[in-house]
Design a protein around this ligand. Sequence first.
Ligand code: CTP
Length: 427
Amino acid sequence: MINRLKKLPKFYGPVLKTASSIAAGQGSSIYLVGGVVRDLFLNRDIFDLDIVVEGDAIALAEELASRLKAEFKKHHCFGTATVELKGYKLDFATSRKEYYSFPGALPKVSPASLGEDLFRRDFTINAMAISLNKKDYGRLIDIYNGVNDLKSGKIRVLHENSFMDDPTRILRAIRFEQRFSFMMDLKTSHLLREAINAKALTLVSPHRLRDEIILILKEAQPLKHIKRIDKLIGINFIHKDLKLKNDDYVFFKRAQGISSGYLKSFKTLRKQQYWIIYLSKILIRLSAKSLENLLHDYAFRKGERIIILSIKASLFKARKLKKPLKKSLIYRFLNPLSFEAILFFYVYYPDKIARENIDCFLKELVKTNLRIRGRDLTRLGLVPNILFGKVFEKLMHVKIDKGISTKKGEMIEALEIFRSLSRPKPD
Ligand code: CTP
């Protein structure tokens, strides 16, 4: 198993050795747990580590951070702490058991042994640990046969109440099943259906559901996750009026087909949250009011809400993208929109012309800037007033359509625009 630990990013090697010796000094035991152990077996890329401590996790993390001169954050109410350095992150938690007072509630936790900590987890493949203790450094602890399930491609809960205790596991089960192309074992699949029939997801707070929905839509191939959810649960678990239609699936398929190369070419351009494109397609059939309420109830971030609402609001206007347009018109429509909204329409309209229009904006127009500033207009003898804003806006459109590239050219146009805007309008 030591060899498996070697598959971690190199950075972690000495860090884990240091953590191990601090644990020994503090009389604690320390283990690597959860998804990281699973991913080591699956040879997947690993970024952050989850560490469980039989003992005081916060004290251990604090000492480690101080030795590494790393950033340290503690979360007292959860008994957890985070150590971050050079973009690498280690989450520390004291081993604990959980008690759910009712389905979907946040669990009450109390310190426990590693075995109990592993038993409270969702699936066997996520309930393995690797000892980081001096006496058996690198030993795999696989009490619930996670390795077997990994080998046979099985998602298996650890106990009968798993889905009812934490119904978000319904979505997690589907997510892992689809991500790894695994299958739920019969019992798990039966318990999952029971929990769905008992409407367990309605007991989960909207913001926890939101986090799970986002995780699903961030998967490499959201289409198969959505399909499976639609089949097993129905997308109306998000909102009673939601139903997926054939054109939604066509859209998801197209969205998935947009190459990551295409997206990366705009990386420096604007922030990208590609998952919003899928979510928008799922949600925009709701009425404007219902959509607004849903985004509010699920506590989506302000930026996310704006993007989704702007997509809905622009849907009608966006149809004109299907026709050849003057460049300034493309600019006027797309420039106020977020990158996600623009990509949404790129996926929504596969027509050649629509895509050429959007490409033109993303590859060319978005980089267009005016060379002149307000002070250049003042130097021409113009007195700053509210027209200046309008002058710049119009100048931008003229520059784009006429392809003006020099400062002098912009000055001449600006003067002309200023004069025409200042002229009294005929009655
Ligand atoms: N876990 C759980 N029940 C949940 C959420 C998490 O038992 N509802 C446990 C699992 O052991 C999981 C670990 O906490 O492996 C860490 O959770 P998380 O980071 O959400 O999952 P990962 O397994 O790391 O999944 P991913 O690869 O998607 O990050």
